[in-house]
Design a protein around this ligand. Structure first.
Ligand code: ADP
Ligand code: MG
Length: 626
């Protein structure tokens, strides 16, 4: 059966149950109790039949669900002549599946928002005119017209004097950002100002927005371990229910007591509370630009105790500026930069991109590199103008040249170092400044408030650099000089003492992100948004979204647990009351209805979680202004 058919069947069953109940009540009120009973029976039978088929199906898959209690209570009520109670349970059950649809729809609303904005067409300049083209025909280099209110269809850069972009749907950032000519515009944001021109830099499928959409779809399909936990609890709950029902019958000799117990125990939407709360948490986090790939990572995120941060591009700004270029072998500074930049065109490392940008800013022309080999996070080897070039961290280059001994230029505060070798000899060092991100200190303080007990730094840079940059942050320890494998080892060691979250960039730190309980990738630039290794992607290039993300995860999980515990607790109290004869089957059915609705509404509270300290953005979205 496909979705539409299932939905129709559900609506039909709800209609039958409702009509049966109301019609029966009308007959009853007009003094025709025999007819009332028949009509109630007729309203229950189809619901019960559909339910039994459903249960048979899940049992054949080896799943025991709480649906069984609903079926038991309806058949027991019918058997012992409590047709009104049976009719109420039937309505409640079919209504419950409806409530499920509604609550899930609400919970997913925020994520659906992200998806529903995907543009289908774009307006392209061609020979002085304009043409409407489908999204997947846009090629890098195309000049597009983005009208007021349009969603930016592909990643690109602004080709008009300025543009105002609203990224709130992606990042929750309320203020539009102003972009100047040449700035990168992120696909998926909305043009909040006048029409402007955009030069596409990526195809639609490689753009940020496509990555986000893939992520969201993936998140929507996942099932949480806690939802499975609720399934597992159901066996115990089922046993307790049946035991109390039989005990009540045994001691009083009155089967109606057992019916009342079963009816109170029918916890149809209760089990939905967990997925609803968790999905609402995902939605809420997405609203703030924290894309969590599913309920499972959300739960893991709620439990982490150790945080490992990468340095370059995570704790620091990641767009370093060249401070000085020291020559060791007589080569001129511009030549050193030119060799390094030409080779680094092949690398996605943030340092590499900064070097390329600096060389272009100096008007150097960069030949294409050949025979490139990159060790991600360490450096690159290749050939430029028939000369052998190496660019990368100091150790990486020192191990591959003959003249490296003791060549350590002085580092200024907030700096990093890139070594360049040409034809097997160290040509020089580039000293670069890479300051901490604004608000890094506050972010760490907030994380401590969230109960993160250990915060570590993992970097491929030298220990002196790492020490200096992170001075005063109060990190628990600093691990420097790590290769990407070294970061993986650190994650594995830390996991022995508690669940670990690793934050880094989705490219160089991918192995460490994959090794952690929760891997968080910074910034969804380009297709990196779908970074496979990460469980969480920060759509905003701001590390201060981590603490709010964790807060949302914790609260959503709390609300889920609370709903389950309160719902089951109240049901058990009701069952005991029914066993002692304080609740008739009809009263029991109504009581359970109230409990179920309350529990679902409670779960929906997760949609309103507002993490502390997020509503006052200090700086604009950096991902959109670079
Ligand atoms: P972190 O762990 O702090 O993010 P990485 O391990 O990514 O740092 O990089 C460490 C150092 O390696 C950088 O500071 C830089 O000196 C050097 N490096 C790595 N890849 C490159 C590259 N493609 N071009 C230039 N330098 C690089
Ligand atoms: Mg890094």
């Amino acid at each position: 059966m496909d979705h539409l058919q299932t939905d129709r069947l559900k609506t039909l069953l709800l209609g039958i149950a409702l009509t049966g109940l109301i019609l029966g009540l009308a007959f009853y009120a007009t003094g025709r109790p025999d007819l009332a009973t028949t009509v109630w029976f007729a309203g229950v039978a189809p619901v019960l039949a559909a339910l039994v088929v459903e249960i048979a199906r899940s049992l054949s898959r080896g799943e025991v669900g709480l649906d069984i209690v609903a079926a038991l209570s309806m058949s027991a009520a019918l058997t012992f002549g409590e047709t009104l109670a049976a009719a109420v349970v039937a309505l409640m059950y079919s209504g419950g599946t409806f409530l499920e649809g509604f609550a899930e729809g609400r919970a997913r609303a925020e994520m659906r928002n992200l998806l529903s904005r995907v543009p289908r067409m774009a307006t392209r300049h061609l020979n002085g005119g304009l043409q409407e083209v489908p999204l997947d025909e846009i090629a890098p280099g195309d000049r597009l017209l983005i009208r007021q209110g349009d969603v930016v269809p592909v990643d690109g850069h602004v080709a008009s004097a300025s543009a105002f972009l609203d990224t709130s749907a992606l990042t929750g950032e309320s203020l539009p950002v102003r972009l100047d000519r040449g700035a990168d515009a992120m696909s998926g944001s909305t043009n909040a100002g006048e029409a402007f021109d955009l030069i596409a830099t990526h195809e639609a499928k490689d753009s940020t927005y496509a990555g986000i959409v893939r992520l969201v779809e993936q998140a929507q399909r996942s099932k949480a371990p806690m939802a499975r936990l609720a399934d597992r609890w159901s066996l115990g709950f089922l046993a307790v229910t049946v035991a109390i029902a039989f005990a009540a019958w045994w001691f009083t000799g009155d089967p109606i007591r057992a019916v009342a117990v079963l009816v109170v125990a029918t916890p149809c939407p209760l089990i939905l509370a967990v997925p609803v709360a968790l999905v609402a948490g995902l939605s809420r986090a997405a609203h703030f630009g924290v894309l969590i790939k599913g309920a499972k990572p959300l739960e893991a995120m709620a439990r982490i105790s150790t945080l490992i941060l990468d340095k370059t591009g995570t704790l620091t700004d990641g767009r370093p500026q060249i401070v000085s270029i020291d020559s060791h072998d007589g080569m001129g500074a511009d030549d050193i930069l030119r060799f390094a930049a030409a080779l680094d065109q092949a690398s996605k490392h943030p340092v590499a991109q900064a070097i390329v940008a600096a060389a272009k800013a100096r008007g150097l022309s960069l030949p294409a590199p050949e025979d490139v080999v990159e060790m991600p996070g360490e450096g690159v080897l290749g050939r430029i103008d028939a000369r052998q070039v190496i660019v990368g961290g100091e150790d990486f280059v020192a191990q591959r040249v003959a003249n490296a001994a003791g060549e350590h230029p002085q580092l200024a505060a907030g700096s990093l170092m890139v070594a360049v070798a040409v034809d097997g000899r160290l040509a020089g060092h580039m000293v670069m400044s890479d300051p901490l991100r604004a608000g890094a200190g506050e972010m760490l303080a907030r994380l401590r408030e969230q109960g993160i007990t250990r915060i570590l730094l993992a970097t491929g840079d030298r220990v002196e650099v790492a020490d200096r940059v992170t001075q005063g942050l109060g990190l628990d320890s600093i691990h420097a000089g790590l290769t990407p494998d070294g970061k993986v080892n650190l994650v594995l060691v830390e996991r022995q003492t508690g669940p670990v979250m690793m934050v880094g960039d989705g490219v160089n730190d991918a192995p460490a992100l994959a090794a952690a309980d929760v891997g968080v990738a910074m910034g969804a630039r380009g297709a990196a948004a779908s970074a496979d290794a990460a469980d969480v992607v920060l759509l905003v290039d701001r590390v201060d979204r981590i603490a709010p993300g964790i807060e949302i995860a914790r609260r959503a999980r709390q609300i889920a647990l609370q709903s389950v515990v309160a719902g089951i607790g109240l049901s058990v109290l009701g069952m005991i009351a029914a066993a002692f004869g304080y609740l008739s089957p009809v009263q029991g059915a109504l009581l359970q209805e109230v409990i179920d609705v309350a529990v679902i509404l409670n779960a929906l509270r997760a949609l309103r979680i507002s993490p502390s300290g997020i509503d006052a953005p200090k700086n604009q979205i950096e991902g959109a202004t670079t």
